[in-house]
Design a protein around this ligand. Structure first.
Ligand code: SF4
Ligand code: SF4
Length: 274
């Protein structure tokens, strides 16, 4: 029997079921990490204290809003407006730059695909750096969605290739180059692995992540056969001057520490025909 999709569930129960799954997964993940019970309870206590403080001051604080934010699929237009405004405000505070967070949806009758000409790629990694700039990827620690692997000409054995070649003198003699990133799989194992539905495949083929719903368990990273996902072990650092202010909620807005990210097909551009 095919897996029950979230869209099959009753609309009445969906938000509660999802929120419950997320809390359960958070607890499960915390219990599996090397943290003692006291540390775990302290973390729960800190979360509760933050929420309580928000109520006590009567203010609609960022932490309160974030704590009770709905899953992307359950947000109304009004919810999105409020959440996007909050993210824009946080970005301005953090980077001193005004940004715009948009949410272009899949276009009717459009499915995305991409091609790479391996005979033309010379391994200069310019696509890697353009992707970093477009998508506000952390410069320190460095996060890059595209990995270019250098292989011996006539082979495709990735275990014998390297992504750590010198880029000054490419193409090297008798070498070929293979850029690798998320393939937006038709039947993505990463999506099946996610315990809280923080990642899913959209109807135009793009596999997305709701960074505000991701609990950082990294099951999706283990499930991906292409090593296409990256985890933010530390707070991503992007210089103020390098921030791309044209941001998408499900794409290139600056991610928080502790969540997974990956190529999202520049949906803030591609879905607008750019
Ligand atoms: S992250 Fe990996 S498994 Fe998931 S869609 Fe991309 S390539 Fe496929
Ligand atoms: S780390 Fe991956 S599997 Fe875990 S919640 Fe985030 S998207 Fe889902």
């Amino acid at each position: 029997m095919p897996g029950k999709s979230i869209s099959d569930e009753s609309t009445q129960k969906r938000p509660q079921a999802r929120a419950l799954r997320r809390v359960e997964a958070e607890v499960e993940t915390a219990l599996k990490t090397p943290i003692d019970r006291r540390g775990f309870l302290k973390r729960l206590g800190a979360a509760g204290a933050t929420a309580t403080a928000a109520v006590a001051t009567g203010g609609c604080t960022t932490s309160w809003d974030t704590f009770f934010q709905k899953h992307y699929k359950e947000m109304t237009d009004e919810d999105k407006e409020r959440v996007f405004a909050r993210i824009e405000k946080e970005a301005e505070k953090r980077f001193g730059r005004r940004v715009t967070v948009s949410d272009p949806g899949p276009l009717d009758g459009v499915s995305f695909a991409f091609c790479i000409s391996l005979s033309l790629c010379n391994g200069n990694r310019k696509c890697v750096h353009a992707c970093v700039e477009e998508n506000n990827q952390s410069r320190n620690p460095a996060i890059q969605y595209i990995k270019v692997v250098e292989l011996d000409r006539g082979t495709l054995n990735l275990e014998k290739g390297t992504a750590y070649y010198e880029g000054d003198s490419v193409p090297a003699a008798d070498k070929v180059y293979l850029p690798m990133q998320c393939n937006q799989c038709d039947n993505p194992p990463c999506v099946k692995a996610c315990p809280v539905e923080a990642t899913w495949k959209e109807k135009d083929g793009i596999v997305v992540i709701d960074y505000d719903w991701c609990i950082g368990c990294r099951y999706c990273m283990a499930a991906c056969p292409y090593e296409a996902r990256r985890f933010n072990y530390r707070e991503p650092q992007v210089p103020r001057a390098d921030i791309n202010p044209n941001q998408g909620y499900l794409s290139n807005r600056v991610r928080p520490k502790g969540v997974v990210e990956k190529c999202h097909f520049c949906l803030h551009r591609t879905r607008n025909g750019h």
